[in-house]
Design a protein around this ligand. Structure first.
Ligand SMILES: *[C@@H]1O[C@H](CO)[C@@H](O)[C@H](O)[C@H]1NC(C)=O
Ligand SMILES: *[C@@H]1O[C@H](CO)[C@@H](O)[C@H](O)[C@H]1NC(C)=O
Ligand SMILES: *[C@@H]1O[C@H](CO)[C@@H](O)[C@H](O)[C@H]1NC(C)=O
Ligand SMILES: *[C@@H]1O[C@H](CO)[C@@H](O)[C@H](O)[C@H]1NC(C)=O
Length: 302
């Protein structure tokens, strides 16, 4: 009998203690291959920042990044510099040029645009674009958007072995007769690398991790370097994690919530001033109160 009472007492008290102690299981952090997936990213729905919802997927230990222009493999998540490095298998590099509009380019959904942007030091080299391309609308005027980005550009890219096969025509800027075979732009210049819309056959992308400057195009880092930002909502997560919560968002995918083990808070896990928090605590207290009354009653009955 005493044993039963003890068990009941423990059962009644454990949830109450768990509720009031800031010791919650970290429910959102996870791994994919050897990459840590943590705030603002997540692999589970409801976790992370709403701007990055439905973005990352772990497939056979490969972390995949999915946006409207397609899927990319994530090579690295740099939490300190708030950047991701992406790889598109149909992107050209120094060894091969992929034509036929097979590459993804880079286009994000409008609602994600405030949160994800290729870095200022990332050069997109657009290859084989039609003379009718929106890129050359100012052509043959002097207003081509093509320019070197972070000392990377097409003039140097033409030095890659990949061009030995195709052979750049080097028209346009060199001979003044047509658009250049390759045009490098920073992302900011056009806001969307949509190969179909730009009427380009292919593209390459290289980035600089300033202040390190690579020597030649064979030493450039090929890939897409994307900066992520939280648009000022990092404070919410800092406060939530300080009380041992996990940062997430509610079912509508808009508002952030702090996941506190068995309940969700609109601020942090120490706060009991939210409606959902108060209701949960109240229920637990009622249950505990009921069990304690039972125990006392049984004790006296004996
Ligand atoms: C993950 O493993 C790959 C290959 O083993 C390695 O190149 C890469 O640097 C590792 N990434 C991290 C973040 O440890
Ligand atoms: C807390 O929020 C997460 C993420 O939206 C959700 O999966 C979970 O069901 C919520 N828990 C409660 C108790 O409402
Ligand atoms: C790219 O542009 C084409 C033509 O304008 C459009 O149909 C397509 O939806 C765009 N792709 C993306 C990912 O926005
Ligand atoms: C880019 O830099 C190269 C050499 O550094 C130079 O020859 C070329 O004219 C530059 N291109 C543009 C578009 O500024």
């Amino acid at each position: 009998m005493v044993h039963l009472l003890f068990t009941l007492l423990i059962q009644a008290l454990v949830p109450v203690l768990a509720q009031n102690n800031p010791i919650h299981v970290k429910s959102c952090r996870s791994y994919c291959g050897n990459i840590t997936v943590d705030y603002p990213f997540a692999l589970q729905p409801g976790c992370g920042h709403p701007g990055f919802r439905d973005l990352l997927f772990c497939i056979n230990d490969f972390l995949m990044f999915h946006i409207s222009s397609g899927s990319y493999r994530v090579l690295d998540v740099d939490y300190a510099y708030q950047a991701l490095t992406l790889h598109d298998p149909h992107m050209s590099n120094c060894d091969s040029i992929v034509l036929g509009n097979r590459g993804n380019g880079f286009v994000v959904e409008w609602w994600r645009a405030p949160f994800l942007n290729p870095t200022q030091d990332n050069a997109f080299m657009l290859i084989g674009c039609s003379p009718e391309s929106p890129l050359f609308q100012g052509f043959p005027g002097k207003h081509l958007p093509c320019r070197n980005v972070s000392s990377m550009g097409c003039e140097e890219y033409y030095g890659c072995p990949a061009w030995d096969v195709i052979g750049p025509k080097r028209v346009g800027s060199v001979y003044g007769t047509g658009p250049p075979e390759c045009c490098s732009v920073p992302f900011d210049a056009i806001r969307a690398i949509n190969l179909t819309k730009l009427e380009c056959q292919g593209y390459s992308s290289a980035y600089n991790l300033a202040p390190v400057r690579a020597g030649g195009p064979d030493e450039w880092a090929y890939g897409i370097r994307v900066k992520y930002s939280l648009s000022g909502s990092a404070a919410f997560c800092t406060a939530c994690e300080a009380t041992a919560g996990s940062c997430g968002y509610d079912i509508d995918g808009v508002n952030e919530v702090c996941i506190c083990g068995s309940w969700n808070s609109t601020s942090n896990c120490d706060s009991v001033h939210t409606s959902s928090g108060r209701r949960t605590s109240y229920l637990v207290d009622t249950k505990a109160g009921f069990l304690i009354s039972m125990i006392v009653w049984m004790y006296y009955k004996r």
